[in-house]
Each structure stands twice: as structure tokens, then as C-alpha cells.
Design a protein around this ligand. Sequence first.
Ligand SMILES: [Zn+2]
Length: 312
Amino acid sequence: MTQILGNTVVQSILVQAATNDSLPHSLLFSGIEGIGKKLCALHLARTMLCTVGNACGSCSSCVQIDHATHPDVITIEPNEKGTIPIGSDQQEGSIRWLIGRVSLSSVHSKRVIIINDAHCMNIQSQNALLKTIEEPPAHTYIILISSERNQLLPTIHSRVTEYVFHPLSDSNLESILEKSGIDRQKFSSIIPVAGGSASYALTLANDELFAQLKEAYDAISSFVSQPEVFNYELSPLIQEIGIYRTIDLLINIFRLHFSSTDNIVPWLNSTLDHTRAIEIIKILLELRKGISHNINIRMALKGMLYSLCFTK
Ligand SMILES: [Zn+2]
């Protein structure tokens, strides 16, 4: 049985509920990316379907779950466009297809549906799912996973029981990086920026991506300390790691200005004062809110930085 690091309290509450058959039928696992939400959902599926009874990891059911071939564990993920479409009965991976599957009777005793990155469902998809999560068929458990809980409709929130997952500790991140074969020497530069997310930590373990992030940080902080022209191009980085990850990691870097670890981050811009750093973080948070509205991040960032530096 593989151990899932961090979030031990929420994990044991869930496993216990699954074991005594008191698990709610519609659940939401929320919290930042890369903290084990999906691993925990799969572990719950193993707990409920294991033929030995303890998520053994080696019975036929557990093995099928690990290979994503179990007929009663359906996982939906965003498509290559980053959305979970409403689709049709025939379109595998769409919400209508899922609803069709859920209405069929399960092969074994229980069935687990996992919708990963549930915020990638548009409003139409979310609305279509309401009835299913309000009254799932008997023995069916639906787990929504989301790092962007605010993008889920209030009507979704009111129909699910939410379990909040927290960022991982530094020592958890160290173990994960170590297991992934990352050079120990990098840990001290990666972990303060990762913000408790294992996937962010692994992104930062890529030297090229980390260098690109530092460049973006440098461009923003030096513009704000000494405003002239801002022509930094953020899109290559966004293309590589996605927009949320880009903005989150930049926010984490600017937050380092307030942490006691300042002295171990030699590349921070020493001319940037705290007030300015807070203003930049506010701008980045504002941009993050606009992401779902399809704003042009580069133009918006530029506009906001100019108004910060030139209109006061
Ligand atoms: Zn098993």
C-alpha cells in the first residue's frame, strides 16, 4: 500500500467513513494543486472495492484501479483544451457520457466516479451534473477534485460535502523530491517557492523553467523599482507550465520578500520594498481571478503595472 504524504487527518476521516459505509455520496476535495487530492480519491476507491478489504494494493481490484481499468472506477479529466465538455452520450469523457454511465448499474458492489479538475467543467456541464450529484444511484460515490473551488457553481457546492486539503510540509516535499531523484542541493531553492505543492516543486526542479520564472520575477520587480518600459513576454512560460502555475509561482516568489528565509534567497531584488511587493502580489491575484474570463494576461499585467507605477 502506498503512503500518501500530508493531510493525514482528512485522509483518516475519509478512510474511516469509507470503511464504515458512512461516506457521503457526493464529495468535493479542494485545495491547491499537487497535494494528493487525486491520490486520496483513488485510495478511497481501493478501500471500497478491495477484495481483501484494506486497499491491499495487490488484489485484482486494487491492481485494476492502479491500471485505470477497473469497470467501477471512472475517472474524468479535462481534455487537451483544458475543459470537461458537456458532450453527448457517445463522447467518452464528457459529462453526458458520464451521466449515461452512472445510470447503468454497477458491475460490483460499489462504484466510484472521480472528476479531476472539476472546475474545468463549464457552467453548462456543471448544471447538467447537478441532478446526478444530488441523488446519485445507490452505491455510487462521486468525488469532485478542484484546486479552483470558487469556479464551481454555488448549486454544486450546496450538493457536495467538501473536504479541504492543505499544502504539504517542507519535509513531505523533501521526501517527494528525493523519491523523484532530484538532486538534494536544489531542495533549498525549490521548497521555499513551491508553496507546499508537490507538482509545483517538481516544476521548479526543472532548471530551465525555474530560470524562466526568475526572469519573469526580475522583469516585474525591476520594472516596479525603476519603471521605464515593460516588455517582458510571459507567454512562453505560460505555454510550458500553464497560466495558474505561472501566476501562483510568481506570487510565491514575491511572498519570499516577507518570509524569514529572505537571507537564503540571494536572487531576490533587494531594491523592491515591502509595499511594492504587496502591490505586485495584489496585481497577480487580480489577474488570477480574471483567468476564467479569458483575459489577455500579458496585456493585463502590463496595464496594471503601468497604472501602479505611473498614475500615483
Ligand atoms: Zn486490494
